[in-house]
Design a protein around this ligand. Sequence first.
Ligand code: MRU
Length: 346
Amino acid sequence: MRTVDWDYKTGKLLLIDQRKLPGIYQVNEYQNYQDVIEAIQTMVVRGAPAIGVTAAYTIALCGFESKAGVYDELVVDLTRCASDLQKARPTAVNLGWAIHRMLSYIKKNEETDTDKLRIAILGEAQRIADEDVVTNLAIANYGSKLINDGDTILHHCNTGALAAVDWGTALGVIRKAHEDGKRIHVLVDETRPRLQGSRLTAWELAQYKIPYDIITDNAAGYFLSRKMVHKVFFGADRVASNGDVVNKIGTYMLALAAFDNGIPAYAVMPTSTIDSSISRGDLIPIEERPSNEVLNIQVGGEKVVPEGSSARNPAFDITPNRLLTAIVTEKGVLHPPFAESIRSIL
Ligand code: MRU
């Protein structure tokens, strides 16, 4: 099934519960928008494109939840829902992008029958979900041409089908290269502290039958310096108009090590992840998540940190555009200078 989907029989939003993978495959059902906000915050659903599509469906859900009988009242309810949703997670711009697209659609829609409007709103959310798959396939087609037969690829976080509706971004590129018959090997970094790499990316790769090894995040520099990696691929949560990439914490160190060793680093994302209103990466808000995500790590069933320790837990970092070889989007592969190549496609 899709990572994020709508059940037309029950009128519920369906989300694969990513906190439970790889051990348990569970699909959660939602019919209350506040519960979806909590699901986004607690990472039932995560990954920039998946969060965006979830937000679109949630606005539709909100329409069905609202008791409003006239257009103006319905719009008030939908706007409140949109503003609550906007606060769910701050960094991935796809959330705001999807909300903006839904609100613009509602504003432009001249339907005065509220029940018909509710259905039209769901139709727009469904279009956003379907377009996500088409977009990711286009990204995969462009990006897979960068991969050669025999390549070893280092991948960060989870950017696969679980991070979108299907296919995903950087992992979609890798999957397409594999489906095209290229023999590739993936080094999957764990992606501490939430382990999106070892839990989710490894789970996806196993299903696609793509050979992989899990490595600790700290081992990346070793493999890069020994030239045991041909290319580094990662996704993005928000890209500034100059091409600086904000992505999962650890991306910056990985890109630095790749740059120092002359190994190409590719950032892969839909154009909906590019925020042209922000000129540089350091202006993008970075989410700081609860410290227990860092402190609760256990070895052999035992907590490893001294009682009373505190922790800092930024969820994303900023990779300056100078460290990137290219940016892959559904509109093509962009090369430096990124400010220019980004402007040309937007
Ligand atoms: O905190 P997460 O798991 O939502 O962060 C996800 C990432 O950083 C991904 O690399 C990014 O969203 C690209 S996913 C297609």
